[in-house]
Design a protein around this ligand. Structure first.
Ligand code: 4AD
Ligand code: MG
Length: 447
């Protein structure tokens, strides 16, 4: 009996008999020679069947085998630098083949399919090499996100998904029914993080968040994952230093550990290799001036080469403006001190200039837009109460949140990094729908 192994470990077994468990990805060959491309979730290998090395019945069965049939295949590993596969460089000389299930006719073929067809068949599309590579990169990014925080004194405290009130504006809430009371799916764990820092100093939450965004863009999901660190006794300037260390670590670890997957995705990693702290910082005011000067020169922006529109002070940045500002730097760039009117209610106003807040967004290079939103939080109870009133939020629902400013208030700051936008950027994807196994978008709840 040969050992059951996984294809990612194939190099350890050169010259030895092994057994693989997987699925038939591709079949070529003719007559006496059959090539079965087998994938097992860790890689892909070419299994070669010669007439004579297996029984005639088995050769016939292999010839008829439909794509995506599940199988257990035994054979001898042979190094061959030309052998295709992932990682490639080895093939399997088959001695035995057991069909676990003959697949029904598989709907996804090597021909080009439309995106909607592939999205309808997302449960099957995930098996393709490209989607497989993205899933693996995503897992590594998430592990890096957790590792850095765990290794730097942040305590994971999970925050609720069912919440009684809004944190990021009332227009994107998903409402549910909580035994007769309205409840909302969490847009963020931040407000609870702010309670948790008073217990543990530095915390983070990591979970799914929900936004009923009416936007159908390549950057928006209805359900996305966000990691949210929050730190006591931390000002905006200190926060940005943490963010740049954090993002540099995530990018560099992923480049090192997922080089093969990124190559499969044909990602040019030159720009990613430069993502090392410190990152440039530009104020909102200077960014507006930069955008308007470029708009006056008639600058156009990718992906559609549309003209960059001029903006007025106080406007939020659209995708073209973000893309343009990011393109002026060779690393991710912080835009700080946005107008308070376009940001969430909890952001600390700049002393002496209350029309702007101590906030910063981090814009990714290459047109991937905002990947982090962060800020210093209001630490004074009266200032916070006034902001809650100004935003028309019900005081009662925020009573506990205001309390945090009464019992040992301290300056504190935090940020949220969106997993899917980070995956899109690092993988070089032109749409966020491929960054998560089962995306929830304005027009899609299935599968
Ligand atoms: O800027 P946002 O809305 O910030 C917050 O929610 C803060 N409470 C975070 C904090 O300070 N703890 O969202 C943060 C990030 C964005 O920069 C983006 O990466 C991602 O979350 N994001 C989305 N990703 C996909 N689809 C959407 N609809 C997203 N909305 C935000
Ligand atoms: Mg934001």
């Amino acid at each position: 009996m040969a050992d059951i192994i996984r294809i990612e470990h194939i190099a350890r077994y050169d010259g030895q008999p092994v057994t693989l468990q997987g699925w038939l990805q591709l079949k070529t060959g003719k007559g006496k020679l059959q090539f079965l491309r087998v994938r097992d979730g860790t890689g892909v290998i070419q299994a070669v069947i010669f007439q004579g090395s297996v029984t005639p019945e088995l050769l016939e069965a292999a010839k008829r085998l439909p794509l995506e049939s599940s199988l257990v295949v035994t054979g001898v590993v042979k190094a061959d630098p030309r052998a295709p596969g992932i990682p490639g460089g080895y093939e399997l000389g088959v001695t035995d083949l057991q069909v676990v299930q003959e697949s029904a006719e598989y709907p996804i073929g090597p021909k080009e399919h439309g995106v909607e067809f592939l999205m309808d068949n997302r449960h099957l599309w995930l098996r393709s090499n490209r989607q497989w590579a993205i899933l693996r990169v995503r897992a590594t990014i998430i592990k890096a996100m957790r590792d850095w925080l765990d290794d730097n004194g942040f305590i994971l405290v999970d925050t609720p998904i069912l919440t009684p009130s809004a944190a990021e504006g009332t227009t994107t809430l998903f409402q549910t029914d909580f035994h007769g009371e309205p409840a909302f799916l969490a847009q963020t764990g931040q407000l609870y993080n702010e309670a948790n820092i008073f217990a543990v100093g530095k915390t983070y939450c990591f979970g799914p968040t929900f936004r009923a965004e009416k936007s159908k863009t390549r950057r928006h999901l209805q359900e996305f994952w966000m990691v949210e660190p929050e730190i006591a006794f931390c000002k905006l300037e200190d926060l940005l230093e943490i963010e740049e260390q954090y993002v540099s670590y995530i990018v560099q670890i992923t480049l090192a550990e997922r080089a093969n997957e990124l190559k499969l995705l044909e990602r040019d990693t030159t720009a990613l290799a430069k993502v090392i702290a410190p990152f440039p910082r530009i104020s909102y005011d200077d960014a507006v001036a930069m955008i308007n000067a470029a708009a006056a020169r008639g600058v156009t922006v990718p992906p559609n080469d549309e003209p960059l529109p001029a903006i007025a002070w106080g406007d939020d940045f659209g995708a073209p403006a973000e893309t343009f500002v990011a393109s002026q730097f060779d690393r991710p760039v912080f835009v700080h001190h946005y107008p308070s009117a376009i940001k969430a209610f909890y952001m600390e106003p700049e002393p002496g200039r209350a029309e702007v807040c101590r906030s910063a967004d981090l814009l990714a290079p290459e047109g991937y837009g905002e990947i982090i939103g962060g800020s210093e939080r209001m630490s004074d109870p009266d200032v916070l109460l006034a902001a809650i009133d100004r935003h028309g939020l019900p005081r009662q629902a925020y009573a506990w949140y205001i309390d945090l400013r009464r019992y040992g208030s301290a300056p504190h700051s935090g940020f949220g990094l969106g997993v899917e936008r980070t995956v899109a950027w690092i993988c070089g994807l032109d749409h966020i729908r491929e960054t998560i196994a089962f995306p929830r978008m304005l027009n899609r709840l299935n599968p």
